[in-house]
Design a protein. Structure first.
Ligand SMILES: [Zn+2]
Length: 301
C-alpha cells in the first residue's frame, strides 16, 4: 500500500512537471496566445500599443478610427470658400449646383435689354456690370446733398415719376427722390461700406450686392419727404405722404417693390420708399392682388 501511495504521488508530480514544460513551450504566457483566447486582453494590448507615442522617425500607427471620416466630410461642405469658383467684378459667374442657394442666372446686357421694363434683378437674378440703360433721363425732383450721378431714370420712368410728384403736390404732399440709377461701381462702394459697418449678413437684408441692385436698371427710385427729414426709413410708410404714395403709385406705373411680409420672396426688408417702374397695367395687377414682381412674373410664365 505504501509503495502504491508513493508511486501515485510520484506519477502526479511527474505529470505536473511535464504539463508545466509543455505549456511554457506552447507559449502560455505569450500575448500572442491570448489573442484568440481573451479578446478584452487583446484589445488592451493593442490599445496600449496605439497610445504609446511613436518614436521619432517612426511611421504613425496605421489605423486611427477618426482619420477617414474627416477628409470625407470636407468636400461636401457647402460653406467651404474654396468650393466657389473665382469671381471678379468684371466677369460675374453663375454658381452651378450650389445646394444652399437657388441657381443664380447672371443676365447679360442683351437679356436685360430684351426684358424691357419688366426686367427682374434680384439676388437670384443678378445683372452684368456692363449693363447701363441707354435712355437715362434726368429726374427733376430730388433731395439735396445726395450724389448727382444717381439723379437719372430711364426716360419713360422719369416722365412718370415727374407726374407722380406733381400729382402729390396738387394734393398737398411733398415727395422727392434721393437716388435712382446707380452704376455697378457705385453699388460696389455702398455695399463695401455697409459690410464694413455691420457685416455681410446684416447688410444683405437691406442692401444689394453689386449686380443685384434694381437701381442698376434705371427703373427704381427711392422716395422720401420732409416729414421724415428726407430719410429712408420704414416709418415713411405711415406718414400721409407714404400712404398716399402706396395708394397712387400704381396708376403711374410704379409699385412698392419690397412690401411688408414678403422678405422671403424679395429678399429684402420692407421698404416703403423704394419704387419700381413696371408700367401702369402691370403695376395695377401687382398691387390689386398683393403680389411682388417675382410672383407676378412667375404667374405669367
Ligand atoms: Zn432703393
Amino acid at each position: 500500500m505504501r509503495i502504491l501511495k508513493w508511486t501515485t504521488i510520484g506519477t502526479v508530480a511527474l505529470l505536473i512537471l511535464l504539463e508545466a514544460i509543455l505549456f511554457s513551450r506552447a507559449g502560455f504566457f505569450d500575448p500572442g496566445f491570448t489573442q484568440g483566447f481573451d479578446q478584452g486582453k487583446t484589445d488592451w494590448v493593442y490599445a496600449s500599443a496605439i497610445e504609446e507615442p511613436a518614436a521619432p522617425g517612426e511611421p504613425e500607427q496605421p489605423f486611427e478610427p477618426e482619420e477617414p471620416v474627416i477628409p470625407e466630410a470636407e468636400p461636401t461642405d457647402p460653406e467651404e470658400p474654396e468650393a466657389e469658383p473665382p469671381q471678379s467684378p468684371e466677369t460675374p459667374t453663375v454658381t452651378p449646383n450650389d445646394p444652399t442657394t437657388p441657381v443664380r442666372k447672371v443676365l447679360s446686357v442683351e437679356e436685360a435689354t430684351a426684358q424691357g421694363i419688366l426686367l427682374l434683378v434680384n439676388k437670384q437674378n443678378p445683372i452684368v456690370p456692363d449693363y447701363k440703360p441707354d435712355d437715362l433721363s434726368p429726374v427733376k425732383y430730388y433731395a439735396e446733398n445726395r450724389t448727382a450721378a444717381s439723379r437719372y431714370l430711364r426716360s419713360e420712368a422719369a416722365d412718370q415719376f415727374h407726374r407722380i410728384v406733381e400729382a402729390a403736390r396738387d394734393e398737398g404732399y411733398t415727395l422727392v427722390m434721393t437716388t435712382a440709377y446707380r452704376s455697378y461701381g457705385f453699388q460696389q462702394i455702398l455695399w463695401n461700406n455697409y459690410v464694413a459697418a455691420e457685416g455681410a449678413e446684416a447688410a444683405a437684408r437691406y442692401s444689394a450686392k453689386p449686380g443685384e441692385s434694381e437701381h442698376q436698371t434705371g427703373l427704381a427710385v427711392d422716395v422720401t419727404s420732409p416729414t421724415v427729414e428726407y430719410q429712408l426709413t420704414s416709418s415713411f410708410g405711415e406718414t400721409p405722404e407714404g400712404i398716399w404714395l402706396a395708394e397712387n403709385a400704381p396708376r403711374f406705373g410704379f409699385i412698392i417693390r419690397y412690401p411688408q411680409g414678403k422678405e422671403h420672396i424679395t429678399g429684402y426688408l420692407y421698404e416703403p420708399w423704394h419704387l419700381r417702374y413696371v408700367g401702369e397695367a402691370v403695376a395695377t395687377e401687382i398691387s390689386s392682388n398683393g403680389l411682388t414682381l417675382e410672383e407676378y412674373l412667375e404667374r405669367k410664365q
